[in-house]
Design a protein around this ligand. Structure first.
Ligand code: GLC
Length: 744
């Protein structure tokens, strides 16, 4: 009863403050000139450029003239105080600035990349990471983060796959909402939280050829089923802002796409927040050829429902003319300004413009020790064990002084942003202290020496490339050792925006290094530092153990040591498919059957290749651990349900290993009789279950009518009677299955 009272009281308070803010917004709006209004819609970059060079003359002059409402990518705390003072004390109406920043996988404490975090399938962990990252960024004067990136993608060529949650809309939706919750907390006015910004709306992950900023074209059905669910989940989680995507969607640039913004986001979903462009994406509608000039671009973007112009100055140059020429109305401009002002009110910036510029929190809330503890946990939960022949791992203690070699370009690298990504702007672009990263060697060496090993480290080559001498070094370094840990992968600065690749093989000639090491005929463990699925078929065939480490951030070496020594068990599962070769791409688990599915390589007249399997190297949801877990057959009390009923299935999982494990039990369905073709599998639920050695636990999965619903031929979201299959297992391929029937 008390809880109901509490929440109703909070709801009442929120409504009162919403009404009070509205009154203040209207009063302020009534005083503003047209220039001041257009100034509020203008966001200007700071000391870091994350896009095409857009020159900005003296920022303080423009703030004083009321031409700037927001700044982004400012890393200097004291400068932000000065800029806020100018805005508040030296402009006619004293409207405070809002500071935006890309807090993608940490701010000053760097966590694993978002794609790695998705591999943990741990929503609470992800929420906690966002909460800590927001706390650090808010302590440094930021109010607003351009996160979460929720773009579903199936394309490993795309450098930005690392920023999202992989290929599945269901997992992506849960993670999107968790990120918004962690970032915004209970109230935007809490100075230890940030306003979230859901991006990139929409379809960016489906760029043709995996090439950044490229064209996107897809059916409305695929848009609704695959692309939009994470955006909708974030909107329902009350994300304060959205960001336009760079790409065209079915011919119309996203920034001026009325269907996306007005029809769906603001119409169907009734989302009331503020939309910021991506970097100069308003201006780029001209380059797309969909707008004639700044005036036309301004009109089309504002008419579509976009509000703020990031880094482009398009509104500054063209919006007033668009109004004068009747292409937009004053009411439309006022509505966009209202959304900006409401965000600033909700952040509390009008009550106290310096609340996020607090010197005490700036001292105490950045790089706290407990943040690293969380980062170390995140590293261990995100890495994925792909192969472990003859139980090479975990490494057991030795009493005979055996030798271990840690070798490769990422054994002990200090390369720029190695073990991280381009999206660590809170550290600056280059001048950060790379010693803050615990490298694999720094984490593994002491841990293995404590287990009785003699450990050698050979940091070979640079940035994943070798000359012939490095191969010689690899051979010499590996003489007389009993186990080799080869650290390979991608440079940190090759991960992120504008980092698409046309070849997803392990870069440089790292595979040659692995072959050289393998000639030593001792077990080799490959640790892969990657931001996307890569191809490494020779290693899959010949290397004894393979760990996908992703780009793990500051606690790389410690989290890796915890896993390789067995202090922690693997739980990670792939959130994105790893193909055998690029020719298979796009390759994803929730594909349609086709009328001629290939079940055996080489079968003619089926959907396959002459020169490649159609199956992936490693499927969505895949990951091993040190504990073999047995799955019973699925049980169900009823195998027939009504169309408005929930199907209930049970299964028992048993840990037959010697180590405790957190098993991620996945539940998929297939609709065999819809009115359109449906995917061969769709993830609809998963449970994380802790199993001590010998534990057996019964689990229940419920498939509701909502779970069974899909966008049908008439683009209605509905479920219908027919034959269904339920799958429960440890990956999208290793499953138990059961048929069930749905009747009218
Ligand atoms: C970049 C990115 C976007 C980012 C913005 C500000 O171009 O596309 O994700 O938030 O500009 O850095």
């Amino acid at each position: 009863m008390r809880l109901i009272f509490y929440f109703s009281f909070v709801f009442l308070l929120q409504n009162i403050s919403f009404a009070q803010n509205n009154a203040k917004i209207e009063a302020l709006l009534a005083k503003m000139t047209l220039d001041e209004k257009i100034g509020q819609l203008n966001q200007v970059p700071g000391d870091i450029s994350t896009g095409t060079d857009v020159k900005v003359d003296n920022i303080l002059v423009q703030i004083r003239e009321g031409k700037i409402g927001s700044l982004l990518s400012h890393t200097n705390f004291d400068n932000k105080i000065i800029m806020q003072q100018v805005a508040v004390k030296e402009t006619r109406l004293g409207i405070p600035l809002i500071f935006g920043f890309d807090v993608i996988h940490g701010y000053k404490t760097i966590f694993p990349i978002p794609l790695a975090q998705a591999a943990s399938w741990n929503l609470k962990l992800i929420e906690n990471i966002e909460q800590v990252s927001a706390m650090e960024a808010a302590a440094d004067g930021q109010n607003w983060t351009f996160s979460p990136m929720v773009d579903v993608t199936r394309d490993p060529r795309w450098g930005r796959a690392m920023e999202g949650a992989g290929e599945d809309p269901y997992l992506g939706s849960l993670i999107a909402a968790a990120r918004v919750r962690g970032t915004q907390g209970r109230s935007l006015s809490d100075p230890t939280t940030l306003a979230a910004c859901v991006k990139h709306y929409a379809g960016y992950g489906f760029i043709e050829a995996g090439r950044d900023y490229n064209t996107v074209d897809m059916s409305e059905q695929r848009l609704r089923e695959i692309v939009l669910p994470p955006f909708k989940a974030a909107a329902k989680a009350d994300a304060a802002t959205f960001m336009n995507a760079f790409n065209t969607l079915n011919g119309t640039p996203a920034s001026m796409n009325k269907h996306l913004i007005t029809d769906i986001l603001r119409g169907e979903w009734n989302w009331k927040g503020m939309i910021v462009s991506d970097w100069n994406s308003f201006g780029e509608t001209i380059v797309h050829g969909a707008a004639a000039d700044d005036e036309d671009a301004s009109a089309k973007c504002l008419n579509a429902g976009s509000d703020m112009d990031m880094a482009g100055g398009t509104f500054q140059r063209g919006l007033k003319k668009a109004l004068e020429n009747g292409k937009v109305t004053q009411a439309q401009i006022d509505e966009a300004v209202r959304r900006v002002l409401r965000l600033k009110f909700e952040l509390g910036l009008f009550d106290d413009p310096y609340k996020y510029l607090n010197k005490e929190r700036h001292k105490t809330n950045i790089e706290k020790k407990e943040y690293r503890t969380l980062a170390r946990t995140a590293v261990a939960e995100s890495m994925v064990l792909l192969k472990n022949n003859n139980d090479v791992l975990p490494i057991k203690p030795t009493t005979t002084k055996k030798k271990i070699l840690i070798v490769g370009p990422y054994a002990d690298s200090r390369g720029n942003k190695d073990y991280m990504s381009f999206w660590t702007l809170g550290l600056g672009m280059r001048d950060y202290d790379s010693t803050k990263v615990v490298t694999p060697a720094q984490g593994l060496k002491p841990a293995l020496e404590a287990m009785g090993y003699e450990v050698k480290v050979a940091q070979l080559g640079k940035n994943g490339t070798y000359d012939v001498f490095a191969q010689k070094d690899a051979y010499e370094a590996s003489a007389g050792v009993d186990l080799i840990i080869a650290c390979v992968g991608e440079q940190g600065m090759n991960c992120g925006e504008s980092r698409s690749v046309a070849d997803i093989h392990l870069p440089g000639n790292q595979e040659e290094m692995l072959k050289t090491l393998k000639t030593r005929n001792v077990p080799v463990v490959m640790v892969l530092f990657n931001s996307r699925p890569l191809v490494f078929n020779w290693a899959s065939e010949n290397i004894d153990a393979i760990v996908v480490a992703w780009q793990p951030g500051f606690e790389t070496g410690n989290g890796l040591a915890d896993l390789l020594t067995g202090k922690t068990n693997f739980t990670g599962r792939l959130p994105i498919t790893f193909p055998r070769n690029l020719g298979q791409v796009p390759l994803y688990y929730n594909h349609l059957s086709t009328g001629r599915p290939q079940t055996k390589f080489g079968t003619l007249w089926t959907s396959g290749y002459l020169d490649s399997e159609t199956t992936p190297a490693y499927p969505f949801g895949f990951g091993l651990s040190y504990s073999p877990v047995d799955y019973s057959e699925i049980r169900a009390e009823r195998s027939t349900i009504g169309n408005d009923e929930t199907f209930v299935a049970n299964i028992t999982v048993t840990n037959n290993g010697k180590m405790a494990v957190d098993e991620i039990v996945q539940c998929y369905i297939r609709d065999l009789s819809a009115d359109i073709a449906r995917p061969v599998k769709e993830l609809k639920s998963f449970l994380r279950v802790h199993l001590e050695p010998g534990d057996s636990k019964p689990l229940q999965f419920n498939i509701s009518p909502e779970d069974r619903s899909y966008w049908n031929q008439d683009l209605k979201f509905k479920c219908d009677p027919g034959q269904m299959t339920l799958f429960i297992g440890s990956s999208s391929e290793k499953v138990k299955k059961m048929e069930f029937n749905v009747v009218k």
